[in-house]
Design a protein around this ligand. Structure first.
Ligand code: XUL
Length: 509
């Protein structure tokens, strides 16, 4: 039996095929399609359309759908025997919204994505209508965030009322792509729906007050929310005919972070994963929703039916790349500079907010430096990595996990020197994974879990994650002396400085 997992991220669409025989799972094929280079006609840069306003970040649903078509062709030519393809599922960048008319055409050719920070007024309106940050967070898992789909919908309704009126269905990226696969209207799962400021965490259904506070007539435009293991249809006849694929079951899609929870094997409480991708995220499973009183983190639904706590940082891989490029380095050169600089960076601090930051809330982008000269390449290399790791450690404390072990994933987890800083700052053992894309792997594993349940032969989550989503023990990076030496005090200093400098509006500081 084989299962296909897909992941539509900010910059690319990835796929993985796993084979399951006698309960053992192995990866038999993987592939990725980069958006910018494969579809230059759409004009995206790192998967995003250029904009004069740094707060506005949109991308192109037609490009995502084109990539899906291209990927199914690649799957068909993968050389894997697909007669045994039982099911597929997928994940996507979270929060983005796609506006579809009744005739199936798009009411808006572009979609706001998770990097957008242009909905401050909409957030304020929704927060006021629902009784404040704490009330909204305790009900939906998060206070209002600018990238969340509810505030985005409110802005769309206010700025383009005619297009909103002509919208029949508002999809997230995940349900938009799943809809293509079944040639119908796909529902949402609680994992992705909890990134909208619209879902009631307790009922895992729409919260009527939030729906009413967001935009008129919204209830009729939202997809239903179904349990995470739901089979929503089969691969539509047009895909079967076009690519010679079987009528495999399609399992509801979810967000990339919930899917990564499975792809990094986090099916119990007590461990966290750190994903170092376009966004950096820290997340872990929660049996009961413990909402962040400080308002930086989120509680989402988990694919296991539990919950997950997560904190999201916008200046992830693109910030690391900006520093690398500014000082004319390649990745080996970047790593060499990390090795050559001491933990603590001689007191030099960098706040790497090249773009508006989500955590902490920094609406006006720009680097802030403390004791750091703009020409100091080594100081910036260690500065960006230490800043990212300290921000992650500080801002994920609300999850209440005593972090002893970290599962590291995402592109930068291939870099041992970056993982050493992660291990030192958290004073925790860090493990890596074989599979490059944990969201994509998680989608394939979720397809297996749901298909087994639908076939009347359920497989437990521990069995599903055992072979492929277990960290490679040989990959462990252990904390050095800095874990108990410099970093505890430096983390406190970083937190204090962060409170001050995030209010500065001058990018040249
Ligand atoms: C999660 C978030 C990002 C995107 C990246 O809240 O905004 O991690 O999901 O694809």
């Amino acid at each position: 039996m084989t299962y296909l997992g897909l992941d539509s991220s900010t910059q690319s669409l990835s796929a993985v095929i796993i084979r399951v025989e006698a309960g053992r799972a192995e990866v038999v094929w993987q592939h990725a399609i980069g958006f910018d280079e494969t579809f230059p006609e759409f004009g995206t840069v790192h998967g995003v359309l250029p904009s004069d306003d740094p707060r506005v970040k949109v991308s192109v649903p037609a490009m995502w759908a084109g990539a899906l078509d291209r990927m199914l062709a690649e799957v068909a030519h993968s050389g894997v025997d697909l007669r045994g393809l039982r099911a597929l599922s997928g994940s996507a960048q979270q929060h983005g919204s796609v506006y579809v008319r009744a005739d199936g055409r798009l009411a808006r050719a572009v979609s706001p994505i998770w990097m957008d920070s242009s909905t401050r007024e909409a957030c304020a309106d929704i927060t006021a209508a629902l009784g404040g940050d704490a009330a909204l967070a305790s009900r939906t898992g998060s206070r209002a965030f600018e990238r969340f789909t509810g505030p985005q919908i409110r802005k769309f309704h206010q700025t383009e009322p005619a297009a909103y009126a002509g919208t029949h269905r508002i999809h997230m990226v995940s349900s938009f792509l799943a809809s293509q696969l079944i040639d119908g209207e796909a529902p949402l799962d609680p994992g992705d729906a909890s990134g909208m400021n619209l879902m009631d965490l307790a009922t895992r259904d729409w919260w009527p007050d939030a729906v009413a506070a967001t935009a008129p007539g919204l209830a009729a435009r939202l997809p239903p929310i179904v349990p995470p293991d739901t089979v929503i249809g089969v691969l539509a006849p047009r895909w079967q005919a076009r690519h010679g694929l079987p009528p495999a079951r399609v399992v509801v899609w979810t967000g990339d972070n919930p899917s990564s929870l499975i792809g990094t094997g986090l099916i119990d409480e007590g461990r966290v994963a750190v994903s170092l991708g376009t966004s950096d995220t820290v997340f872990g499973l929660m049996r009961a929703p413990r909402v962040d009183a400080g308002g930086t983190g989120h509680v989402f639904g988990a694919p296991t039916g539990d919950y997950m706590g997560i904190t999201v940082f916008r200046n992830g891989s693109l910030a690391r790349e900006r520093v690398r490029d500014t000082y004319g380095l390649d990745w080996p050169g970047f790593s060499a500079m990390l090795r050559a600089t001491p933990p603590g960076n001689h007191g030099r601090l960098l706040f790497p907010w090249f773009e508006p930051e989500i955590t902490p809330d920094v609406p006006v982008p720009g680097l802030r430096r403390v004791n750091l000269d703009p020409g100091d390449g080594p100081g910036h290399v260690r500065g960006v990595v230490e800043a990212q790791m300290m921000a992650m450690a500080n801002h994920s404390a609300w999850m209440g996990v005593d972090v002893r072990v970290i599962h590291a994933t995402g592109g930068a987890s291939a870099n041992r020197e970056i993982l050493q800083v992660l291990a030192d700052v958290f004073n925790a053992d860090v493990y890596r994974f074989e599979a490059g894309n944990s969201a994509c792997l998680g989608a394939a594993l979720r397809a297996w879990h749901a298909d087994a349940a639908a076939s009347g032969h359920p497989v437990s989550w521990p069995d599903v994650v055992r072979d492929l989503a277990t960290p490679d023990v040989r990959s462990v990076v252990r904390p050095g002396a800095a874990g108990t030496g410099v970093y505890p005090a430096l983390r406190r200093r970083y937190a204090r400085e962060e409170c001050t400098v995030r209010h500065y509006n001058d990018a040249t500081l």
